[in-house]
Design a protein around this ligand. Structure first.
Ligand code: HSE
Length: 310
């Protein structure tokens, strides 16, 4: 690396939680939710990283250069031929870890946005560059696209990299996320996916994911039919039996419930705010373990970065 950043440069970053898949839109659809991780990052004169974490992950996540935010900063700076400088990173995390709310995607996007802010005025990191950098680390674009851009995103990959389309969500759409105390590994969930699926199941998901985009932006009353899926949730159900049982109960009662990302949280895409309360009552009655209900607005802004000191 030939270039280095100015000592004292400081940025603050805010990144929303996300729910990916939304039922049929496996590795494609994602929704940004108003629950945030916030960070401040400063370039230090001396090498090495100093990391302070409060909130979710405090005392658990690494506090050296293997921290995911630092890895994402290093990955992004390297793309523009900048070395990782000494850094002080202060993180205030609210996004639960290992629950299917995009915490790893948020950490990666935090690093990409921090690098973009640190390079502000020197190198322009475009939206397409940011999505490419984040997807390289995450492996699939469906969490990092809404974390970067907000709203509902359709993300797809091409030989030239990932692309996205951002859409606004109908104001009636009322998400509630049910978060259990136990975690689920995305790697384990992905290992349960078969190499191929029956053609009729592929057609089933093509129809539902097309309908889901219409339901989310225009016709929320279609959300129950539009959130049906045959591509991933059944294959993963045995690894998260309570999630599966609660989703069946919610859907049987008319609530558009899906696994949030790779689970184990449940996302209900209510078609009006009142549906959230009914769903919460049902989960409280039917659950055998503790589930936290988070009634979250859709985030339309996505990630922000501010240059606090040049
Ligand atoms: N589409 C991803 C999956 C989201 O379900 O595996 C979680 O990273």
């Amino acid at each position: 690396m030939t270039n280095s950043l100015t000592v004292g440069r400081r940025v603050s970053v805010r990144v929303p939680a996300t729910s990916a898949n939304l039922g049929p839109g496996f590795d494609t659809l994602g929704l940004a939710l108003a629950l945030y991780d916030e960070l401040e990052i400063e370039v230090l004169a001396e090498p090495g990283v100093q990391i302070e974490v409060t909130g979710v992950g405090a005392g658990e996540v690494p506090t050296d250069e293997t921290h995911l935010v630092v890895r994402a900063i290093a990955h992004s700076l390297a793309r523009y031929d900048y070395a990782l400088p000494g850094l002080r990173l202060v993180a205030h995390n609210s996004i639960p870890h290992g629950r299917g709310l995009g915490s790893s995607g948020a950490a990666i996007v935090s690093g990409v946005m921090a690098a973009s802010g640190l390079l502000d005025g020197i190198v322009e990191v475009t939206e397409a560059d940011a999505l490419a950098l984040a997807t390289e680390l995450e492996g699939h674009p469906d969490n990092v696209a809404p974390a970067l851009f907000g709203g509902l995103t359709i993300a797809w990959t091409t030989p030239d990299g990932p692309l996205h389309k951002k859409l606004m969500v109908h104001r009636g759409v009322s998400p509630v996320v049910f978060v259990p105390e136990h975690v689920m590994s995305t790697a384990l969930a992905r290992s349960l996916q078969p190499e191929s699926v029956p053609h009729k199941d592929a057609v089933f998901n093509v129809s539902r994911s097309a309908l889901l985009v219409a339901a989310l932006i225009q016709s929320p009353e279609l959300l129950l039919a539009a959130t049906e899926d045959r591509l991933h949730q059944n294959y993963r159900a045995a690894a998260m039996p309570e999630t599966d049982r609660l989703i069946s109960a919610l859907r049987a009662a008319g609530y558009p419930a899906v696994v949030s990302g790779a689970g184990p949280s449940i996302l209900v895409l209510g078609s009006d705010p009142a549906q959230r309360l009914g769903a919460a009552e049902l989960v409280a009655v039917e659950s055998e373990t503790t589930w936290q209900a988070l009634m979250l607005a859709v985030d339309f802004k996505g990630s922000t970065v501010e240059l606090v000191s040049t």
